[in-house]
Write a protein that binds this ligand. Sequence first.
Ligand SMILES: *Cc1c(COP(=O)(O)O)cnc(C)c1O
Length: 496
Amino acid sequence: MLISTRGTQGVTASQAILRGIAPDGGLYAPTAFTRFTLPEIEALCPLSYAQRAARVLSALLDDFTPEEVASVTEAAYGASFSADSAPAPVRTLNGNTHLLELFHGPTLAFKDIALQILPHLLPLSARKNGVDAEIVILVATSGDTGKAALEGFCDVPGTRCAVFYPKDGVSRAQYLQMATQAGHNTHVVAVEGNFDDAQTGVKRIFANEDFARTLKARGQVLTSANSINYGRLAPQVVYYFSAYADLLQRGKLRPGEPVHFVVPTGNFGNILAALYAREMGLPVGKLFCASNANRVLADFIRTGRYDVNRAFYKTDSPSMDILISSNLERYLFELSGRDPAQVRAWMASLAREGRYAVPSALLARLNETIVGGWVCDDEGQSAIRHALHEANVLIDPHTAVAWSLLTRHRKATGDKTPAVIVSTASPYKFGHAVARAFQLPEQDDDFACCRTIARLTGQAVPERITALETLPIRHSAACAPDAMEKTLLELFQSAR
Ligand SMILES: *Cc1c(COP(=O)(O)O)cnc(C)c1O
């Protein structure tokens, strides 16, 4: 069973996946975590990623049969995932530093891992609950979720996918990936604002009962493909177990030995999945929450005060340009001893004043597990150079934020615990920023940047990127943050 962080009781996993967000505005969280014993974790070693996913997801999706779970994991991670690589391979850089590469899916960012499986989970959830309406998947994206959702739901019968992205807040490749999206059931809208405006607008649509009635009359129901949806979160728990199994199998870890995970963080979804893995018995050392200049989380981890009343920066890592990290609510729920009244009070304060503060005892518990820190663009660029020159690996600007934080931590503390840096995107999605890191000539064209970087590294530019240069633009809608409902209805109308 799952419960809302704000108190509403009891839904199944399939109901949580269908709804996206709880009716009281909270996020669904498991009532209890199934713990894996060490032998059960070791038993993951010989399995394929799809099989590992089936084991871990069975523990998280209560009302799906083992056969159903196995069939969706096979469909998502069997043949259809990138042929030349496992979905989430671990690359060892030196004895105790590893990269968990999560960008081998069709849209070259880690969002694929969940959004390749959600389009199988959602229709199954609808069938289980006797829902036969068209499922409308609403997405607010800081750049990567949008494309991954569009790709995952493209032409999936019984679904329609609408994405809102911040107009000037995504990279050129991210924009083109979305604007060129095929499919009869896909919609893309530029919001004249930043990611927080888009995310707040989507949350407002979910809370709008009139809008829900209008859709219902049209035979449609809403859900979310953002990491507020439990169906996004659960598949992300898998790769932490899988990475541990890979390291065990290669003798890089002794059974039970703790490992740090270093996670470039925006909406707190990826790192929350690591926290869930830890609750489920994975031997995790510390979790590093790495922020860019939008350092609201780093400040919170240091002071216990969450405050969005601050400047918003556009950085080299746009997918982390976020001030309202939705999934932190799920962690606060755990840290408060699952006290929904407390969570409601913090979230009300956040909505009203843009800030809240947690008691020092709670902050102390948080600091036992989480190390926070933030990294400016210059330091990130130097990490990109360092990674290529010292470790012969080309990393993207988001991964660079995590890389910098780990480097800094090890220098300051001498900590030799094995660490896995979570690598969240292909560098070719952010050609401009990567080229700048190598002081390559400032070129306007991201494609030219990508070709130059490719020459530097002797790799080829991924085909999914080069293809963007010639694909036709299919989506050009734009709107103000307060016109998102109206724009959606117009798009749905004209799609009929
Ligand atoms: C979404 C994203 C992040 C941030 O992940 P959260 O789950 O929002 O914390 C980091 N890097 C990349 C490349 C992303 O697309």
